[in-house]
Design a protein around this ligand. Structure first.
Ligand SMILES: Cc1cc2nc3c(=O)[nH]c(=O)nc-3n(C[C@H](O)[C@H](O)[C@H](O)COP(=O)(O)O)c2cc1C
Length: 463
């Protein structure tokens, strides 16, 4: 059967997303902080039948040896930036079906506040919200901004993230029974107190007690995305996530990732298809192949080697320019984000630092690069999807403005629709587009939590 491809767009609320495109006429340098820009984008994606708009986000920014390098501010390298979560209600109001996935870290946030914010958005949008769970990039600056003094190791941050999610899940799924919200005006009973349950978490990293203030939403829990593909990150995803965001580099490596995640899901008592894998993809399309390649060359010239090094350092904590270019990738060690380092090590363990910078300069953090005429692009997308088993793609902007998506919508989407690969979503909730049901699957570990089977945070006295 032809597989429908879930369609999303990968954005950040900054002047240029992943490449410094804000100086280009086709970019959004003058509009990125204007709500109307984002409303217009959301409307366009909604009308075209996209499943969701995804916002990456971080509190931090790139640093080298504890200081913001001049390039960050001067060249606008993922800086400055706004908090995308605060725009979602406005974007949702202007759209009918489009889902919204927002990145929020488990390190400096508190579980109760996170649970409440996402439930509020899910309620206001009738179930169109997803949470991209990350332990966070730019961790060093983020810790400094929040005054965090206790540094956790890379793997401990994921342990803490497990407990963080546990706490949120208990509030979303177990604090209110179905039907507890009565809104019975005749009897004057808003909610049935006997059907509300006190959550009690007394864990290693989190403590939280009480009854959730937000009544259940159509999804209860927002769709759980995860990004971070280190070994520990994958284990986290296999246990918790419903969708995993990767930046696929080749069909073979994406296929290996997909089967690894599915195998690990089964080990966790889940079904292989309980987790959808979605890849980032930059599509450069034009009426002819030649025009498309010309566009690609233009934007690949935008990122200088120095800017690339700064961006790389912001994510990994590693200053590649300070290392011998002959250093092997397998000898790089970091306690910050390991996804990028492992990406190159998996590609070729013998790869040298000089080569990494060269590759990173043109690709930055982006996923598959697909370039060509409309038919060439559609063919390549089908090859990637069928060859790797991924479930969806997230388009990355080329020059940063709406134009990049418009070219895809006008030139490629009709071909994918005609081939049965794309179809506008019908289901009202975001989760239904991935799993067919509005609520978390019966195989998800959340159902074990209510029975108190998972320690160290049993549900409270009323459970
Ligand atoms: C495709 C992808 C997108 C990501 N987007 C974000 C993001 O928007 N914000 C963030 O803080 N971290 C993001 N990260 C993940 C974090 O960087 C991750 O939690 C951190 O790097 C530590 O985990 P790791 O070692 O598994 O990479 C992303 C990771 C990947 C692979």
């Amino acid at each position: 059967m032809t597989k429908r491809i879930a369609l999303g767009v990968f954005e950040m609320m900054n002047p240029s997303n992943g490449m410094p495109t804000w100086t280009d006429d086709r970019g959004r340098g003058d509009e990125w902080d204007d709500l109307e820009y984002w409303v217009a984008l959301a409307r366009e994606l909604d009308a075209a039948g996209f499943d969701f708009l995804f916002f990456a986000d971080t509190y931090g920014y790139a640093t080298l040896e504890g200081r913001m390098p001049e390039e960050v501010a001067a060249h606008g390298i993922q800086f400055p930036a706004l908090d995308p979560m605060l725009a979602i209600a406005a974007l949702a109001r202007e759209t009918e079906r489009l889902g919204f996935v927002v990145t929020s870290p488990t390190t400096v946030e508190r579980p109760y506040a996170t649970a409440r914010r996402f439930a509020t958005l899910d309620r206001l949008t009738n179930g169109r919200i997803g949470w991209n769970i990350v332990t966070g990039s730019s961790q060093a600056t983020t810790d400094e901004l929040f005054g965090v003094t206790e540094q956790l190791t890379h793997d401990e941050r994921y342990d803490a993230a497990d407990e963080f999610l546990d706490t949120c899940l208990r509030y979303w799924e177990h604090s209110w029974d179905d039907g507890a919200e009565l809104r019975d005006r005749a009897r004057g009973v808003y909610a049935d107190p006997a059907r509300l349950h006190r959550v009690e978490v007394d864990g290693r990293f989190q403590r939280s007690r009480g009854i959730f203030a937000v009544p259940p939403t159509p999804q209860r829990t927002p769709v759980l995305f995860q990004a971070g593909t280190s070994d520990r990150g994958r284990a986290y995803a296999a246990r918790n996530a419903e969708a995993v965001f990767i930046q696929g580099q080749s069909i073979a490596s994406a296929a290996a990732h997909v089967s690894d995640i599915r195998e690990q899901a089964v080990i966790n008592g889940r079904l292989p298809d309980d987790i959808s894998v979605v890849t980032g993809m930059t599509v450069t399309v034009a009426p002819t192949s030649e025009e498309a390649w010309m566009l690609r060359e233009q934007y690949e010239r935008l990122l200088s080697l120095d800017d690339a090094a700064v961006m790389f350092a912001g994510i990994t904590g590693l200053d590649l320019t300070g290392l011998d270019p002959a250093t092997r990738v397998v000898d790089l060690k970091t306690d910050l984000g390991q996804t990028l380092v492992q990406r190159y090590a998996r590609q070729n363990p013998d790869m040298r630092v000089g080569e990494i910078l060269d590759q990173f300069r043109t690709k930055a953090i982006r996923g598959f690069q697909v370039t060509g005429s409309p038919v060439e692009v559609a063919d390549e997308i089908e090859r990637i999807v069928d060859g790797s088993g991924i479930d969806g793609i997230m388009l990355e902007p080329t020059f940063g403005g709406v134009g990049a998506y418009r070219a895809f919508i006008e030139l490629v989407l009709p071909i994918l629709v005609q081939r049965g690969r794309a179809a506008a979503p019908v289901a009202p909730t975001l989760r239904e587009r991935f799993t067919g049901a509005p609520r978390l699957a019966a195989t998800h570990r959340v159902h074990g939590l209510s029975a108190g089977a998972i320690t160290p945070s049993p549900i409270g006295e009323n459970a």
